[in-house]
Ligand binder design. Structure first.
Ligand code: GLU
Length: 468
């Protein structure tokens, strides 16, 4: 048996999903345990995004978790020639055909025939010449089955008749994920493909291409179980906190996260839950991973994190906490430095970043309300602007200016005061737009809403009992 080679093959999405983190971790554990190699490959065939941007987040997240890779990152966007060569081989074997159907035509034909979505083979016998503007499709065999022994799910088998003639190259000439993934796994000598179960339906296509290209025995497949929330629904960005970066920013320890992710689909047996990296490397068993969905339990993660915090020595605890506290406000540190006379004043300038709700000085509140008759209207206009604008200091500045203008407060400085009071609880402090940026859009909006409600309550109360 050749040495184990596994890979993490994320498509850049702008954040690192906890499910991707679990996939990366299981690959890493398996590689380290088997004395194998762990390759990082960025599957960016599909994206016109800036490469550096898209990958920096992935690399930062993996590094934070301590998942070091032995090779890469490789970029699919730099490997187009390899995919073209594979397409040339398939074409010469007569295994591809050109197709000029639009997705709308395909959808209409399927609908008219009462068929499920998916390409219906319309161009199969038309004999179109491959040319720009035409996609290339794989001639899926209509007979037989495609099967594999999945390490997690056991024997999985698809009737080939149920697999559509899938495209391997888009009409714009770009190779598609399905082909690039196979070509790369073969080229990189990947022995085990360990990935999320959402890829199960792609696997028969991968195997068909693998065989059509004559690449020899295909890798071993292990499809890891879906992560679900408390309602047993697939984790979604809209409903659930799924970005690993959010947990990092909230002060979860990477070693606790590492430990917790290892328990999503696998268990060391008994009721043991706290395991060190070394223990996980030696005890993890890929073939004991369960196929049933794994509950991503934020409560349990928090409890485990608490155990890790308590296990730190007092000096380590202080060091880790100080580091985290500093990371929360350090982006505005230069502004605070310009304004503070003593170190103790630093705290009162940045406490709004840490407090769940702002603490407002009653005298300052009363003063700002007196000086700003348009207080409520201004906060409303600012909220509306902040919901739309890009969350960058310059755009926040412009939205504030526009909100002021909309309610007849044209001086930016005057428009700032109510906003500053609402989000920081004070009338002075570091520059407002940098502060808002650092605080984050959702916290800023919540505080503006709270201040608006407080003002409306006060107005209602004073209208009910006018001063004598
Ligand atoms: N690029 C794919 C994804 O992000 C992963 C494919 C694979 O692991 O084979 O879902």
């Amino acid at each position: 048996m050749s040495a184990v080679r596994v890979r993490m093959a994320p498509s850049p999405t702008g954040y690192f999903h906890v499910g991707s983190a679990r996939t990366a971790l299981f690959n890493w554990l398996f590689a380290r345990q088997q004395g194998g190699q762990f390759v990082l490959r960025i599957e960016d065939t599909d994206l016109a995004r800036n490469r550096a941007d898209a990958t920096a987040g992935i690399e930062r997240a993996m590094t934070w978790l301590g998942l070091d890779w032995d090779e890469g990152p490789y970029f699919q966007s730099e490997r187009a020639q390899l995919y073209e060569a594979a397409i040339g081989r398939l074409l010469s074997k007569g295994l591809l055909y050109a197709c000029d159907c639009t997705s709308q035509q395909v959808a209409e034909r399927n609908q008219a025939a009462g068929r499920p979505p998916g390409y219906d083979g319309f161009c199969r016998e038309r004999g179109l010449e491959p040319s720009p503007g035409r996609a290339l499709r794989f001639r899926t065999p209509h007979q037989g089955r495609t099967s594999w022994a999945d390490v997690v799910r056991g024997e999985v088998s698809y009737d080939n008749a149920s697999i559509e003639d899938f495209a391997v190259r888009k009409s714009n000439g770009q190779a598609l994920f399905i082909l690039a993934n196979v070509v790369d796994d073969a080229d990189m000598g990947i022995t085990h493909v360990i990935r999320g179960e959402d890829h199960v339906p792609n696997t028969p296509k991968h195997i068909l291409l693998w065989d059509a290209l004559g690449l020899g025995p295909h890798p071993v497949f292990a499809h890891l179980p879906l992560l679900v929330n408390a309602a047993r629904k697939k984790l979604s960005k809209r409903r659930d906190k799924v970005a690993l970066e959010d947990y990092r920013d909230e002060g979860y320890l990477p070693e606790a996260m590492f430990n917790y992710l290892a328990l999503l689909g696998w268990s060391p047996g008994g009721d043991r839950e706290i395991l060190s990296r070394e223990q996980l490397v030696s005890e993890f068993r890929l073939d004991q991973v369960k196929s049933s969905p794994a509950f991503f339990d934020e409560q349990k993660l928090a409890a485990l994190n608490a155990e890790y915090l308590r296990a730190l020595s007092p000096s380590d605890f202080t060091a880790r906490a100080s580091e985290w506290l500093a990371s929360r406000w350090s982006p505005i540190a230069p502004f605070v430095q310009e304004r503070a006379r003593t170190l103790s004043e630093v705290y009162s300038m940045v406490d709004f970043l840490f407090l769940p709700e702002v603490r407002t000085d009653p005298a300052e509140w009363a003063k700002v309300r007196r000086q700003h008759p348009a207080f409520v209207a201004l906060l409303e206009a600012a909220s509306a602007g902040y919901e739309q604008c890009e969350w960058e200091p310059a755009s926040i500045r412009q939205a504030t200016q526009e909100a002021g203008a909309a309610v007849g407060v044209s001086a930016l400085a005057k428009a700032q005061a109510p906003v500053r009071l609402a989000v920081t609880g004070r009338t002075v402090g570091p520059p407002l737009f940098e502060s808002l940026h650092l605080l984050g859009r959702s916290r800023a909006l919540a505080r503006l809403a709270a201040a608006r409600e407080r003002a409306l309550r006060e107005d209602a109360a004073s209208a009910a009992s006018p001063p004598a």
